[in-house]
Design a binder for this molecule. Structure first.
Ligand SMILES: CC(C)(COP(=O)(O)OP(=O)(O)OC[C@H]1O[C@@H](n2cnc3c(N)ncnc32)[C@H](O)[C@@H]1OP(=O)(O)O)[C@@H](O)C(=O)NCCC(=O)NCCS
Length: 184
């Protein structure tokens, strides 16, 4: 199956936020969230370098107020960065980053972003998708496990502060088939 970039994200407009491919103008908003949620944020230039990655999507607010906090139309509320590396006909997708603005977490946005990016990576030819997650990040691990990712290995001292990472892996072809069968 081939779809144009953003087709999967564009299909997902049932919630308050619109999911769409990132644009350069979003990067400051992306970077602001990155600094708010991670102790060792990526540098701005890392996002710039991935602007064309097929699974780099943002969730854009439409003026809805989260927990009493104003959300302006067009605000970046979350993002996911995913790309695909050729691998002898078994292309590997990689979810490199996922974050939701703290005042809009816990409302399903992280899961929607993850799903939309996985659909884009599958459409771009990935047969498997991997990611790294901090050993103590149980919240993210439970989201990934719930979507079908399984721990593949543990890498000691993966992060700059010495924490280990779990590498988790998903057969994204099977994930797409299951979602089509569910009609979800
Ligand atoms: C991880 C993160 C992206 C999830 O986004 P979110 O919008 O808050 O999550 P959702 O509302 O979509 O919830 C998805 C799932 O995450 C898990 N989850 C969410 N909040 C949780 C909590 N407080 N405790 C445990 N699990 C939780 C659950 O499995 C949940 O599914 P459920 O609501 O059906 O039970 C978000 O919390 C975040 O930005 N965290 C900081 C950055 C980060 O850790 N990114 C991941 C790096 S690998």
């Amino acid at each position: 199956m081939t779809t144009s970039r953003g087709a999967a994200a564009g299909d997902d407009e049932t919630g308050e936020e619109r999911l769409r491919p990132v644009a350069r103008a979003d990067l400051l908003g992306v970077f602001r969230i990155e600094k708010a949620v991670f102790s060792q944020p990526w540098p701005y230039a890392a996002f710039e370098g991935l602007l064309d990655a097929p699974g780099f999507l943002v969730a854009e607010g439409d003026g809805w107020a989260a927990n009493g906090t104003g959300v302006d139309a067009g605000d970046v509320l979350g993002y996911v960065v995913g790309d695909v590396t050729p691998n002898h006909g078994r292309d590997i997708g990689h979810i490199k980053d996922l974050a939701v603005r703290p005042d809009t977490q816990g409302r399903g946005l992280g899961r929607r972003l993850l799903r939309a990016s996985l659909s884009e990576l599958a459409a771009a030819g990935a047969s498997a998708v991997k990611l790294e997650v901090r050993e103590t990040n149980h919240r993210a691990q439970s989201l990934y496990a719930d979507e079908g990712f399984r721990p593949a290995r543990r890498i000691p001292r993966y992060y700059g502060d010495g924490e280990a990472a779990f590498v988790m892996r998903l057969d994204v072809g099977e994930w797409v088939r299951e979602r089509n069968a569910d009609g979800s």
